[in-house]
Ligand binder design. Structure first.
Ligand SMILES: Cc1cc2nc3c(=O)[nH]c(=O)nc-3n(C[C@H](O)[C@H](O)[C@H](O)COP(=O)(O)OP(=O)(O)OC[C@H]3O[C@@H](n4cnc5c(N)ncnc54)[C@H](O)[C@@H]3O)c2cc1C
Length: 411
């Protein structure tokens, strides 16, 4: 999702780019464009608007007007309201496979892009002048590519990150997210529900056709049992975890389980190489922010490259044939990568801390912590400005935003 988004975001700059992807998008095993629902934040919405893709995405997306947060078995619940925040929606929910379809169609119209799929990067040799990448095609054929900049957008277990010699810390939460869709007796009416239970959070998101997409966190010890339950038993347990606020649950669809791991890369760059998306940071889905954060990586990298091109523009304009296509910036220049790294570190650190803190705070069953949580949730509702600040982070509007995240096109 992040790599395709980057290729599309860079398109107006006229750079020659290639995507290397081992799994065809339409394959059932595609790990990025799968059956999960993703809540897109407002900054992601603005970004897709600036890229001219939003109309196609919103046609298949469901707006969130309210977020409702509660703590199972405790007094204290909270909510965020789009009208109160002065926005038309707090975010939009889209199925990954559907988003993948929109991105894929758009990729076919980028003339300066090669999509090498099914192909896999198997080695990368870095030098001051360029990166040489060894690629293995699906039929076992090998080829080489040279580029100014190599972007690792290959997910939390990034093989490319390892090839770059960048270490990552990976801490398991001892939990899995079980996802799928179901019907609720009372419709969600564009409200996203987040319920904290001892085993972990349970989210219900409004999706198309009045269905609810669920993300249910279960412990590592329990996941196999939960996945093997028949539909009726599964619905009964999920209902027990969520309560009766939305009436009876029914018609659960196909389920899938994802291990939940916090992963953090030690660095964001190497010589002529950079990490974006989950390759840089893998988050718990509790706050629905991983992809949104990855899109802000994309927007910042595009800004750094576009600015470098603009500043070098005068001297470069008449210098080479490439200029006609606006391609003469050296995308892998150390100054570009240093700016990207400094810019992104803060946002990533804040969000990693925020999501990790939420999981730990709400996963703590000790009495005093639970009481504090209730008070915290009340304070969240009552103290002026706290809810607004939280909403700003959730909508991805906090801090210094790159152009695309503000809805400003690159060209
Ligand atoms: C249950 C769940 C719910 C979530 N909900 C939300 C949400 O509501 N909102 C949100 O913002 N985020 C959400 N997230 C997080 C979000 O899904 C991730 O942040 C996002 O998928 C990261 O995208 P990515 O492109 O960086 O990595 P991935 O999606 O992991 O994609 C990596 C790609 O790299 C390819 N690849 C692998 N190896 C190689 C190689 N050697 N060479 C080339 N390519 C390779 C893979 O085939 C894949 O296509 C959720 C996550 C989970 C688990």
């Amino acid at each position: 999702m992040v790599g395709s988004s980057l290729a599309l975001a860079l398109a107006p700059l006229g750079l020659r780019t290639a995507i290397v992807e081992p799994v065809p998008r339409a394959a059932a095993t595609q790990p990025s464009f799968d059956d999960r629902s993703t809540a897109l934040s407002r900054s992601s919405q603005r970004m897709f608007e600036a890229m001219g893709l939003w109309d196609d995405i919103v046609a298949a997306a469901t707006p969130i007007f309210k977020i409702h947060v509660s703590d199972k078995g405790r007094f204290g619940l909270s909510h965020i309201d789009a009208a109160e925040q002065g926005v038309e929606a707090l975010g939009y929910v889209v199925i990954n496979r559907v988003l993948g379809g929109v991105l894929q169609r758009a990729l076919t119209s980028v003339a300066s892009l090669d999509v090498l799929c099914p192909n896999r990067i198997v080695a990368a040799k870095l030098s001051p002048e360029r990166v040489d990448v060894a690629i293995e095609a699906g039929d076992g054929e090998h080829r080489e590519l040279s580029c100014d900049l190599l972007v690792a957008a290959d997910g939390a277990n990034s093989a490319v990150r390892e090839m770059l010699g960048i270490a990552a810390t990976q801490t398991g939460y001892g939990q899995h997210a079980v996802i799928g869709n179901l019907l609720t007796e009372r419709p969600l009416q564009n409200t996203a529900y987040e319920r904290f239970a001892q085993a972990g959070p349970l989210a219900l998101l409004p999706v198309a056709d009045d269905r609810a997409g669920f993300v249910w966190t279960v412990s590592e010890q329990d996941v196999d049992r939960v996945m093997e339950l028949d539909d009726a038993e599964f619905l009964r347990e999920l209902q027990e975890a969520f309560g009766n606020r939305l009436g009876e649950f029914s018609r659960v669809g196909k389920r899938a389980a994802y291990p939940l791991i916090l992963s953090k890369a030690a660095r964001l760059t190497a010589q002529r190489a950079v990490l974006v998306g989950n390759a840089a940071h893998g988050l718990h889905p509790v706050a629905a922010q991983g992809f949104n954060l990855g899109l802000r990586d994309v927007a910042a990298l595009c800004d750094c490259i576009a600015d470098a091109r603009r500043h070098g523009g005068e001297s470069v304009a008449a210098a080479s044939v490439d200029d006609a296509a606006g391609c003469s910036v050296d995308c892998g220049a150390a100054s570009i990568l240093a700016r990207y790294s400094t810019w992104r570190r803060g946002d990533q650190k804040k969000l990693v801390g925020f999501t990790d803190g939420l999981v730990r705070l709400f996963g703590d069953a000790r009495g005093p912590v639970r009481a504090l949580r209730s008070v915290g949730m009340l304070g969240f509702d009552l103290i002026p400005g706290v809810r607004s600040l939280f909403a700003k982070h959730t909508m991805g509007l906090a801090g210094r935003l790159p152009r695309l995240s503000r809805g400003v096109p690159l060209s």
